[in-house]
Design a binder for this molecule. Sequence first.
Ligand SMILES: [Zn+2]
Length: 103
Amino acid sequence: MTETRRSRVEQDHAERGARGAHRAAFVCTHILQTLRDGRPRGFLWSRDEDGAVNAYCALCDAELRRAGAEWDEAVTAFADVKLISEDEAASAAMINGVVDLRR
Ligand SMILES: [Zn+2]
C-alpha cells in the first residue's frame, strides 16, 4: 500500500466516523435502554427519506402489530422515539447482532 493510498483510507475512515457521530438516528426508548444496559431488545430498522436510521425494538414491533401496523397514538407513546447519533444507533444494532447499518 502506498503512502497516498493509506492516508486516503485513513481519511475516509475519519470522515465516515465524523459523519456517523453527527448524523441523526431515531430510535425507540427501549433501544436507548439497550445502549445503557447492553441488553438486546431487538433492532428493526430502516432509513427514512433523509437517510436517517429509524429503529425500534421487538416490544414496539409487537405493539405495532397489535395496532395493525399503524403508528397510532398508543404505539407512538409506547415507542417514545428519541434522537441519537448514527454511531449510537450502530452500537445498539451491534448489541442486537445487526452488524451493518449501511445501505
Ligand atoms: Zn421499543
